[in-house]
Design a protein around this ligand. Structure first.
Ligand code: NAD
Ligand code: TDX
Length: 332
C-alpha cells in the first residue's frame, strides 16, 4: 500500500486518476485542490471513505504543503491552470499556480525527500506542420506558444533543475490531449457535446484543420501509475495513444453520433497563436516500461463520453451559461 498526495484531484484528469487508483490498487489517496472554477467535488463522489481524504488548499501555500508531504509516500502533481483560452485572457493565475505552485511543491519534496511525479503536456514542444510526418519525442526542443504552455514548460524545467541540483526524486510525463468523463465544458469536446444537448450549434475555431492527438483520460491514468511504479528518477516520458484527428473531423463525429447533420456547426474566430498540430511518439513508455493504451477505438470512446454528459447534466449545467457568455464576448 502506498499513500499518494494528488494535487488538482478535483479537476478533469486528476479526478479520473483518483478513481483509477482507488479502483485498481490498494493505495490511499489524499487530494489537495484549491477548488478553482475548474475543480468540482462532485467528480470525487462515491469514493471509499477509508482510503480517500480531501484537503481544500493552494499548492502555493508552503505551510500547508509542508504539513501534507510527511504524511505521504509520493506526490502526483496535476494541479494547474489548464485552459489556453483563459491564459490568453488573463495570464497571471497561470504564473501563480503553474510556476510558483510547482516551485512550492519542489521545495517541499526537497525538504522531505518525497518522490514526486509532475504531470505536463505535449504543448511544451510547440506545434508541428500539418504535412510534417514527425512526432514529438523526449528529445524535441521546448518551444511553447501560449501563456499556458510556456508556464507548463517553465514548471517542467524547474522539476529538471530540482532533480539535478538538489537530488529531488522526480519524474515528468508530457501527455497529449485527453478526453473522457469529468472534463470541464470550456474544453473543445465537452463544449460541443453540451452545445448539441442544449440546441446550440458547435463552434469550430478557424477552418478546423488543427490536429490534436487524443487519448482517453483513463489511459493517461494507467500510464502515470506505471511511471510511479517503474519510472527512472530524473526521466521524462511522453504519453500518447496514436489518436491524431483534426478538429473538423471531431466535431462532425460528435454531431453524427448525436443524431444531427454532420455539417450543423459554425466557424468562429480563431484562437490567437493557435498551435497547428500535436503528435506524440510514445515508444519510450512502451519499450522501457511496457505500457499500452486500452482505449484504441476513438468512436467508441466518444460515444461513451457523449453518454456520460447526457447522464450528468447536473454536473455541468451550472457552468454552461457562464462559459458560453465568455466565448461569445470573444466572438467564439
Ligand atoms: P483542470 O483545469 O480540469 O483541473 C485543474 C485542477 O487543479 C482543478 O481541480 C483546480 O481546482 C486545481 N487547481 C488549480 N489551481 C490550483 C492551486 N493553486 N492549488 C491547488 N489546486 C489547484 O485541468 P486538467 O485538464 O485536468 O489538467 C490536469 C493536468 O494535466 C494539468 O497539469 C495539465 O497541464 C495537464 N495536462 C492536461 C491535458 C488535457 O488534455 N487536459 C493534457 C496533458 C496534460
Ligand atoms: O470551442 C472550441 N472550438 C475549437 O475549435 C474550443 C474550446 C477549442 N477549439 C479547438 C482549439 C484546439 O485546436 O479545439 C482544439 C482543442 O482545444 P482545447 O480543448 O482548448 O485544448 P488544447 O488547447 O489543445 O489544450 C488541451 O490539451 C493539452 C488542454 O486544455 C491542455 O490543458 C493540455 O495541456
Amino acid at each position: 500500500m502506498t499513500r499518494l498526495l494528488v494535487t488538482g484531484g478535483a479537476g478533469f484528469i486528476g479526478s479520473n486518476f483518483v478513481h483509477h487508483v482507488l479502483e485498481n490498487t490498494d493505495h490511499e489517496v489524499t487530494v489537495l485542490d484549491k477548488l478553482t472554477y475548474a475543480g468540482n467535488l462532485a467528480s470525487l463522489d462515491g469514493l471509499p471513505e477509508n482510503r480517500f481524504t480531501f484537503v481544500k488548499g493552494d499548492i502555493a501555500d508552503a505551510e500547508l504543503v509542508d504539513e501534507l508531504f510527511p504524511t505521504v509516500d509520493a506526490v502526483v502533481h496535476y494541479a494547474a491552470e489548464s485552459h489556453n483560452d483563459n491564459s490568453l485572457d488573463n495570464p497571471r493565475p497561470f504564473l501563480d499556480t503553474n510556476i510558483i505552485g510547482t516551485y512550492t511543491l519542489l521545495e517541499a519534496a526537497r525538504r522531505h525527500d518525497t518522490r514526486l511525479h509532475h504531470i505536463s503536456t505535449d504543448e511544451v514542444y510547440g506545434d508541428l506542420e500539418l504535412d510534417d510526418p514527425a512526432r514529438f519525442t523526449e528529445q524535441t526542443p521546448y518551444n511553447p506558444s501560449s501563456p499556458y504552455s510556456s508556464t507548463k514548460a517553465g514548471s517542467d524545467l524547474l522539476v529538471r533543475a530540482w532533480v539535478r541540483s538538489f537530488g529531488v526524486r522526480a519524474t515528468i510525463s508530457n501527455c497529449s490531449n485527453n478526453y473522457g468523463p469529468y472534463q470541464h465544458i470550456e474544453k473543445f469536446i465537452p463544449r460541443q457535446i453540451t452545445n448539441v444537448i442544449r440546441g446550440i450549434r458547435p463552434k469550430l475555431y478557424g477552418a478546423g484543420e488543427n490536429v490534436r492527438d487524443w487519448i482517453h483520460a483513463d489511459d493517461h491514468s494507467s500510464a502515470v501509475l506505471r511511471i510511479l511504479d517503474a519510472g527512472v528518477i530524473g526521466e521524462t516520458y511522453l504519453i500518447g495513444a496514436d489518436g491524431e484527428k483534426n478538429n473538423k473531423d471531431v466535431v462532425e463525429l460528435i454531431l453524427t453520433l448525436m443524431g444531427q447533420d454532420a455539417g450543423a456547426y459554425d466557424h468562429v474566430t480563431d484562437r490567437a497563436g493557435h498551435d497547428l498540430r500535436y503528435a506524440i511518439d510514445w515508444t519510450k513508455l512502451r519499450d522501457e516500461l511496457g505500457w499500452q493504451p486500452k482505449y484504441r477505438d476513438f468512436e467508441a470512446g466518444m460515444a461513451a463520453t457523449i453518454d456520460w454528459y447526457r447522464a450528468h447534466e447536473d454536473w455541468w449545467a451550472p457552468a454552461k451559461d457562464g462559459v458560453e457568455a465568455f466565448y461569445a464576448s470573444k466572438g467564439q
